[in-house]
Write a protein of this length. Structure first.
Length: 230
């Protein structure tokens, strides 16, 4: 089942790249393994998956201990400042930075470990009340502040689009975030390191790729439905 799912996702990523005239190598697949047991991640690892996305600090800590060390862990969920210290030395990328305060805490913790930490700014493009993330017009000012930091490295932008039956409804959101991403790249406020646009989930990743995503975060499409009751 996992193998077939991964194959199907891979084929859809390839077709979306083709439709958009993009090379497959421009898009990184993040396998979103939240709520899934370590054994399931191990199975995916054996099928070649190396990039896993988790949304809880505790889950990253537990899985990090028992799974192979060449896994790239991505923190994709809301991050509380008091928990940064537990993962700053374990994650390859934090997708969900949405305030100066959080960026400052990551900077401080990264300095303690004497390592650089790659981050994305999370943008609530649709301005949904229920969601975390910066408003579009808050992104550039924060991006500029972050360039003053020496350990936190701004690598790009991320958004969680609304859940919609028809993914076409999210196309404008993805296009808007892509525009903002290009703006930031062109401003060169980042010394040329902004190269990640994380958008698209199971329901809408093909549209996201057509609109320029360089990273898609897929959970259900790979691992099946999540069971939150256990
Ligand atoms: C859960 C989650 C995903 C994956 O969602 P699916 O619809 O299962 O693919 C992607 N991004 C974030 C931030 C998530 O929390």
């Amino acid at each position: 089942m996992l193998k077939e799912n991964l194959q199907e996702v891979e084929e859809k990523i390839q077709s979306a790249c083709q439709r958009a005239g993009r090379d497959r190598s421009e898009v990184t697949l993040v396998a979103v393994s939240k709520t899934k047991p370590a054994a399931t991640l191990q199975e995916a690892y054996e099928l070649g998956v190396r990039v896993f996305g988790e949304n809880k600090v505790q889950e990253i800590r537990e899985k990090y201990e028992v799974l192979p060390k060449d896994i790239e862990w991505h923190m994709i969920g809301h991050l509380q400042t008091n928990k940064v210290k537990y993962i700053v030395d374990k994650v390859r990328l934090i997708h969900s930075v949405d305030s100066l305060r959080l960026a400052e805490v990551i900077e401080k913790e990264a300095e303690k470990h004497n390592r650089g930490v790659d981050i994305l700014l999370e943008v609530n493009v649709a301005e949904e009340e229920s969601k975390f993330g910066l408003k579009t017009d808050e992104v550039l000012p924060l991006a500029e502040r972050i360039t003053e930091f020496s350990h936190v490295r701004l690598r790009g932008l991320m958004t969680i689009a609304p859940f919609v039956e028809n993914p076409e409804k999210n196309r404008a959101i993805f296009a808007n975030l892509h525009k903002l991403y290009v703006d930031i790249k062109e401003k060169n406020i980042d010394n040329g390191t902004v190269s990640i646009l994380s958008m698209g989930m199971t329901n809408d990743y093909e549209v996201a790729i057509e609109e320029g995503a360089t990273m898609v975060r897929i959970g259900t499409g790979i691992f099946g439905a999540r069971d939150y009751s256990i």
